[in-house]
Design a protein around this ligand. Structure first.
Ligand SMILES: CC(=O)Nc1cnc2ccccc2c1
Length: 445
């Protein structure tokens, strides 16, 4: 907006304003709608959280990978009516290509696996922490971006892979100080729904659509769900049957309804016995209503929730054995989860578990007058080479330096003064004990 709001025909004083400022001379300093800046204090919290994600990935022997935030739109076009594909942040680039800011990570993982083809040896365990985007009408005022930690295992068809992923999630929560009385993980399988649809001989092509609708259980009312299910052509008897099975919370009841030979029941029994053996059984519970909203899941699905029920899902994931063939490639069994950076922080705040995010610096080096700036800088340099975080302060009064040292929690203050420097020494103040030493510059570490 280079012209005044009054009229766009006459050039106002805006023409001498900088090209960035608008007619009243001020650029909009806010980030685009639905996005966040990370000033230092927020960035310290984010870095702390992402370091936890990374550490758990390392402990689980996952390898880090990364992808462009910009992807071809074709990678995300799916017909199942998922919210995530109805809110694509998509556009046409200057080359006329249809592109998106990715809404999720999994399709990029699949793309890279296909691209690497035979050269990847299975199983693969990959992780990434990446920004994901959605375009929502701001009427809902929700964020348009968030960061997601993704952990995925390729090439393991058995539920042991899901058991590993659940262990990673439990490990993360325990590292953050969250217990199984704060959070639970609901576990089910899409094969439960598959079995129900088979019972009512519902055609296979409806499966994905029904999953996406049923995932809205808890967000929509029961009869809104029934209406949406009926609109896919399901009989009311089938709709009732689906809703009845999905409200089951016990595996033995599920077995009664579906019969014992059903794969869904076998998978879930195996997974729960792994959880016992792995020692995190108190974190998980069977809940047939869990289907997750992504079209490509084919088996076990899970989501972590706060037991007080105040927050949206903390993380979620599942098995997706047929994703690669939707991109025209040979299928590789796969499962994974996504863990967002927003809900977990809300939970930590709720539980008073946010870590202390104040700054911490090792040493402040301060020349007591300006011709000592050279020596001060060389002292800072030698300390930094020894791994000390050093803040070299100049053009300040000593009073300010002491306040600054407190503000950034410095451990030591190095004062470079004329008389000391003539003796080749520096005055070192230990700020916690107020002890003071005179140290030869060459002996500093
Ligand atoms: C709580 C939150 O920020 N959710 C969020 C924010 N942005 C997204 C962007 C893409 C996909 C999912 C998203 C989810």
């Amino acid at each position: 907006r280079l012209f005044s709001s009054a009229s766009s025909s006459t050039l106002t004083h805006g023409d001498e304003a900088s090209t960035h400022a608008d007619a009243d001379g001020v650029v909009d300093v806010n980030p685009p709608r639905g996005t966040r800046d990370f000033p230092p204090e927020d960035m310290r919290l984010r870095t702390w959280l992402f370091d936890q994600f990374r550490e758990v990935s390392r402990l689980m022997a996952f390898e880090e990978v990364d992808f462009p935030v910009l992807e071809s739109e074709a990678l995300f076009i799916r017909k199942a009516g998922e919210e995530i594909t109805q809110q694509l942040y998509n556009f046409e680039d200057k080359g006329g290509r249809r592109v998106v800011l990715r809404p999720e990570i999994t399709p990029s993982l699949a793309r890279l696996i296909i691209k690497q083809g035979k050269s990847v040896s299975l199983p693969l365990k990959w992780f990434t922490i990446g920004q994901c985007w959605r375009y929502e009408r701001m009427t809902r005022g929700r964020r348009r971006e968030h960061y997601q930690w993704n952990m995925d295992i390729f090439g393991v068809p058995k539920v042991r892979a899901e058991a590993e992923l659940l262990q990673a999630i439990v490990l993360l929560f325990q590292r953050l100080g969250i217990t199984s009385s704060d959070v639970g993980i609901r576990v089910s399988s899409r094969k439960v729904l598959q079995a129900v649809l088979n019972m009512y001989s519902i055609p296979e092509h409806l499966f994905t659509e029904v999953c996406v609708i049923v995932d809205k259980l808890g967000k929509l009312t029961r009869d809104e769900i029934e209406k949406e299910l009926m609109s896919t052509g399901l009989s009311s008897e089938a709709v009732q049957g689906i809703i009845e099975v999905l409200s089951l919370k016990s595996l033995s009841k599920l077995e009664e309804v579906l019969g014992s030979g059903v794969e869904a029941v076998a998978d879930l029994k195996k997974l729960f016995s792994f959880a016992e053996q792995y020692g995190y059984a108190d974190w998980i519970c069977f809940d047939a209503s869990v289907v997750r909203g992504l079209a490509y899941y084919t088996g076990i699905v899970f989501e972590a929730f706060d037991r007080e029920g105040k927050l949206r899902a903390i993380c979620g994931g599942g098995r997706y054995d047929r994703l690669l063939s939707t991109f025209g490639s040979e299928d590789i069994p796969a499962c994974g989860f996504g863990f967002g950076d927003a809900v977990i922080v809300e939970l930590l705040k709720e539980k008073g578990l946010l870590p202390d995010m104040s700054r911490q610096i090792d040493d402040i080096v301060f020349p007591l007058d300006e011709e000592l700036e050279g020596p001060a800088s060389s002292i800072a340099f030698s300390l930094r080479k020894k791994g000390r975080a050093v803040d070299l302060v100049e053009d300040k009064r000593l009073k300010w330096v002491f306040k600054h040292a407190e503000r950034i929690n410095a451990s030591r203050l190095m004062l470079v003064g004329n008389s000391e420097w003539e003796r080749g020494t520096v005055r070192v103040k230990i700020l916690s004990t107020r002890e003071e030493f005179e140290v030869k510059a060459g002996d500093l570490e």
